[in-house]
Design a protein around this ligand. Structure first.
Ligand code: NAD
Ligand code: TYD
Length: 342
């Protein structure tokens, strides 16, 4: 079995590469990643010498390079993690989101059509459903919830999902889609809420909470997400969408306070800054379908997952310190300079 994993040098993709190489010693895993600011080859160092692993530095938008790779590897499956993934960046500059997230998906699926494939899996997001109101805790996203996006990021992901379903209906491509909630865990790029707050707190820097911090996210430990995708690509039904997440809802301010407590840092580091434009209020997944069909449930409680995550960031300072001292520093200064304290 040969699987092309795109975006495998990023947060979730790298965790998935490790999961698959560990669990299936007879599988060949080929990582296709063009190493944007979010891709980090050092993350993949532990598997670089594994004879069952190959890294290829190309973009999923480069048709020629993608076709060449398919010709060489003749993959049985493709799992597409490659994407521009940060909402705030999409608000500043949507274009690259359209290129990678939509066009890149089409190129990969065209290659699947041309060379044949057992399964094309699209890693999507619950953000395609838009948001839920805070005063309706009884509401959850199901696979039937209408697509209703808020940001250029989520719109580009929704467009890709529709394209994936269209390739299934029109060309009979054997596809599946997973829509998961916010992941956290090792190798999470420090521009996202949890790793950003851990890194800032450890450096005694202000902890910039957007607005009141009452927005709710449904946090999923990354290993649980990898297990869900593993189940879907092997046992999930073709042409289906599976929501992944569930019952780990927390407000942003709760998260930041937990991080302060775990690190023994004062809550006085918290600063409330200008809110994100179009900020989604609440995400919450109903995982009934994947539970009933595939037996999946999130295994890691938030209290345990956040401890493991913090421990990882403490033990792997070099990984994130290298990132925040490099080009990312310019991004941070630019993005947070215009977020005035409120
Ligand atoms: P990430 O930003 O950490 O990593 C993205 C990876 O894709 C990087 O290694 C980057 O170099 C690579 N990449 C970007 N553009 C590429 C291109 N044109 N060609 C090849 N590689 C390219 O992202 P992540 O958080 O690991 O997210 C992975 C996937 O999961 C994305 O599709 C995202 O939409 C989805 N998702 C993420 C979350 C989350 O909480 N992080 C939640 C739901 C869905
Ligand atoms: P993020 O990690 O960017 O994920 P997403 O926008 O895809 O949910 O943000 C999670 C939540 O945290 C979101 O409500 C925005 C908020 N947030 C802050 O309050 N401060 C920050 O510095 C960041 C990066 C996010």
């Amino acid at each position: 079995m040969t699987i092309i994993v795109t975006g495998g040098a990023g947060f979730i993709g790298s965790n998935f590469v490790f999961h698959m190489l560990n669990k299936y010693p007879d599988y060949r895993i080929v990582c296709l990643d063009c190493l944007t600011y979010a891709g980090n080859l050092s993350t993949l160092e532990p598997v670089m010498d594994n004879p069952n692993f190959r890294f290829v530095k190309e973009s999923i938008t480069d048709r020629e390079a993608v076709y060449k790779l398919f010709e060489e590897e003749k993959p049985d499956m493709v799992v597409n993690f490659a994407a521009e993934s940060h909402v705030d960046r999409s608000i500043e500059n949507p274009e690259v989101f359209l290129d990678t997230n939509i066009k890149g998906t089409a190129v990969l699926m065209d290659a699947c059509r041309k060379y044949g494939i057992k399964r094309y899996h699209q890693v999507s997001t619950d953000e395609v459903y838009g948001d839920l109101p805070l005063d309706r805790p009884d509401l959850f996203f199901t696979e039937e919830t209408p697509i209703h996006t808020s940001s250029p990021y989520s719109s580009s992901k929704a467009a890709a999902d529709l394209l994936v379903l269209a390739y299934h209906r029109t060309y009979g491509l054997p596809v599946s889609i997973s829509r998961c909630s916010n992941n956290y865990g090792p190798y999470h790029f420090p521009e996202k809420l949890i790793p950003l707050m851990i890194a800032n707190a450890l450096n005694d820097k202000p902890l910039p909470v957007y607005g009141e911090g009452l927005n709710v996210r449904d946090w999923l430990y990354v290993e649980d997400h990898c297990k869900a995708i593993d189940l879907i690509i092997h046992n999930g039904r073709v042409g289906e969408v599976y929501n992944v997440g569930g019952h780990n809802e927390k407000t942003n301010i709760e998260i930041v306070k937990i991080i302060c407590k775990e690190l023994g840092k004062p809550e006085s580091l918290i600063t409330h800054v200008a809110d994100r434009k179009g900020h989604d209020m609440r995400y919450a997944i109903d995982p009934t379908k994947i539970h009933n069909e595939l037996g999946w449930l999130p295994e890691t409680k938030f209290e345990d997952g956040i401890k493991k995550t913090i421990k990882w960031y403490l033990e792997n300072k070099e990984w994130w310190e290298t990132i925040i001292s490099g080009e990312y520093q310019n991004y941070y200064e630019k993005m947070y300079a215009h977020r005035e304290e409120i």
